[in-house]
Design a binder for this molecule. Structure first.
Ligand SMILES: Cc1cc2nc3c(=O)[nH]c(=O)nc-3n(C[C@H](O)[C@H](O)[C@H](O)COP(=O)(O)OP(=O)(O)OC[C@H]3O[C@@H](n4cnc5c(N)ncnc54)[C@H](O)[C@@H]3O)c2cc1C
Ligand SMILES: *[C@@H]1O[C@H](CO)[C@@H](O)[C@H](O)[C@H]1NC(C)=O
Ligand SMILES: *[C@@H]1O[C@H](CO)[C@@H](O)[C@H](O)[C@H]1NC(C)=O
Ligand SMILES: *[C@@H]1O[C@H](CO)[C@@H](O)[C@H](O)[C@H]1NC(C)=O
Ligand SMILES: *[C@@H]1O[C@H](CO)[C@@H](O)[C@H](O)[C@H]1NC(C)=O
Ligand SMILES: *[C@@H]1O[C@H](CO)[C@@H](O)[C@H](O)[C@H]1NC(C)=O
Length: 477
């Protein structure tokens, strides 16, 4: 399932791809020298989809059979967004899921969504002193009160600056499994899903395009169509920045579907938003970015399996720990040594910012600092209650910290004072007279967008607004 879309890792290939496709009625705001190459085709595409995460890939895939000219524009050099799978060279058959890892429901599609995590038995909560969190709760408060907190109010939202109402959908006690369970994952890695969708979209028609390293900055209404202004970016070792002497590029589109998260959305200028202060405020402030992080370590031996600790959702900075299994090919074992969100992410951002880095077999943006490895290992010793010396040196590692542009966070949480349903409805089509749609899961009510099915559901809502949904069948490949 190799990804066959157009990539433009290098500036030159980006320009070539772009040159072949552009397209503008208003002309380009360019560095002049290349403008002449770009004016060969004066067309306006039917749909521009902004963002090539799971939402943008899904939207493109859903619209693939409509005989429309559709382009997808992506800020970075990769398809996937918060679906990001890497593999350590020593354990090539284990998906290291740096973003989403489970239970993304894509019903009816033929994704290989049928893996399981080994020993995914890890949900209980314990403190540094080895107390189960439930016991800790009842030390200071009555059983009734702890049940009430769990069932009605939730735990973490009581102490934050976010809407307590978030806790209601999150505090369904059935959400917390008490023993081993099988979860739905993707055999070829979560990132294979957007890649597959994008591949099929591109294969359906020559008028379907993917443009990487393009950041949408402005949507300008020009008569019955829109001029989209993009900033050119470059990606080096997984890190995307603006190209030196970057160009601004413009294209024309009849309809625009933005599938980017809150932070990225709030940075796009769109005149249609100026009509309503409330709406601009909602987009900016109704939900808050929740940073998230993960650290994976690979070992020659699955040392943790000799302990009796089968669970780890802790109040230590590692938060959650998962066994990702042993490679059938090499016997290297992978531990998701830490996975958490909210305030603790600042701690990991700090230790990660200190060099040097561990000896990663793939040196790139995912390589953890030695300080991060040292801290995460110290806490592993406490979690598994074994001497620090008995934990071997990892042979490889990876870290992901979701706290920066374009994501802002791993997901979002509602702020007090906003009506979820109203905001969600208004954001979908922020200007009723414009064909500009915000198909982002960031404003999904309830569980927010911490699950990607909310993002897909939002895409479906936008397709309905575009009146393209009825004639489509999501279950049909
Ligand atoms: C650590 C972690 C764990 C998670 N676990 C799960 C899980 O187990 N199951 C689950 O279902 N979900 C999980 N999620 C949530 C899930 O990853 C998201 O809901 C989903 O990936 C959102 O997809 P999206 O396409 O809407 O947004 P994104 O993946 O954020 O994609 C948006 C894309 O738009 C691009 N972009 C942004 N701004 C611009 C711009 N101006 N111009 C052009 N392109 C732009 C970005 O580069 C990005 O590629 C997890 C998330 C994280 C971070
Ligand atoms: C597809 O669209 C093109 C351009 O609008 C049109 O010429 C062609 O007839 C359409 N094909 C079908 C099968 O509808
Ligand atoms: C997807 O399919 C599963 C199993 O067939 C079913 O339990 C679930 O409700 C479906 N989810 C959606 C969103 O349709
Ligand atoms: C997933 O695996 C189970 C057990 O191997 C099998 O019964 C089921 O049909 C599979 N489902 C899919 C969607 O492949
Ligand atoms: C693990 O549990 C078994 C059975 O309860 C017990 O015999 C053994 O001593 C425990 N081992 C450790 C390391 O605690
Ligand atoms: C590092 O980057 C390379 C090339 O972009 C990629 O193939 C590899 O999977 C990455 N490895 C890690 C551990 O991040």
């Amino acid at each position: 399932m190799a990804f066959k879309g157009q990539r433009c890792r290098h500036e030159l290939s980006c320009i070539i791809i772009f040159d072949l496709l552009l397209i503008s009625v208003t002309g380009f705001v360019l560095d002049g020298t290349r403008a002449e190459d770009l004016t060969s085709k004066q067309t306006c595409e039917d749909v521009a989809i902004i963002g090539a995460g799971i939402s943008g890939s899904y939207a493109a895939w859903r619209l693939r059979d409509h005989n429309l000219s559709i382009s997808v524009y992506e800020y970075s050099n990769r398809v996937g967004g918060r679906f990001r799978t890497i593999r350590f060279p020593n354990s090539p058959d284990i998906n290291v899921e740096l973003g989403a890892m489970r239970e993304a429901l894509l019903n009816g599609t033929d994704f290989p969504a049928n893996g399981t995590f080994n020993d995914y038995a890890l949900l209980h909560t314990r403190t540094k002193d080895g107390l189960e969190l439930a016991a800790y709760f009842t030390m200071g408060i009555s059983k009734e009160m702890s049940d009430l907190i769990r069932d009605v109010v939730g735990f973490r939202f009581m102490f934050g600056d976010v809407s307590s109402a978030n806790a209601v959908p999150l505090s369904n006690p059935n959400r917390i499994p008490t023993g081993p369970r099988v979860v739905q994952t993707v055999k070829e890695g979560m990132e294979a899903v957007p890649h597959t969708l994008m591949d099929r979209f591109l294969q359906t028609s020559h008028s379907h395009k993917l443009h990487l390293n393009r950041e949408l900055t402005k949507v300008i209404r020009t008569g019955a169509t829109y001029t989209l202004r993009f900033k050119e970016t470059v990606t080096t070792n997984g890190i995307t920045t603006y190209a030196k002497n970057f160009r601004m590029l413009e294209v024309c589109a009849k309809k625009v579907v933005l599938t980017v998260p809150r932070l990225a959305l709030s940075k796009v200028t769109f005149s249609g938003l100026s009509i309503s202060h409330d709406l601009s405020d909602s987009i900016e402030n109704a939900v808050k970015d929740v940073p998230a992080f993960k650290i994976f370590l690979a070992y020659d031996t699955p040392w943790w399996r000799t302990t009796n600790v089968t669970h780890a959702e802790t109040d230590l900075p590692n938060r959650q720990v998962y066994d990702f299994g042993t490679s059938a090919q090499t016997s290297t074992s992978v531990l998701a040594a830490a996975y958490g969100d909210m305030d603790i992410v600042k701690f990991w951002r700090e230790v990660q910012s200190r060099g040097p880095f561990m000896n990663c077999l793939n040196g790139n943006d995912t390589c953890p600092s030695e300080a991060a490895v040292k801290h995460v290992t110290n806490f592993l010793a406490e979690i598994f209650q074994i001497p620090l010396e008995s934990i071997p040196t990892p042979v490889d590692g990876a870290i992901s910290i979701w706290d920066k542009f374009p994501f802002g966070g791993g997901w979002h949480v509602w702020m007090p004072g906003y009506n979820w349903d109203d905001v969600r409805r208004d954001v979908l089509q922020p200007s009723p007279t414009d064909h500009v749609y915000f198909a982002t899961g960031s404003y999904a009510p309830g569980e927010t967008d911490s699950w990607s099915n909310n993002a897909l559901e939002t895409v479906e809502r936008v397709l309905k607004l575009l009146s393209w949904a009825s004639s489509l069948n999501a279950l049909e490949i």
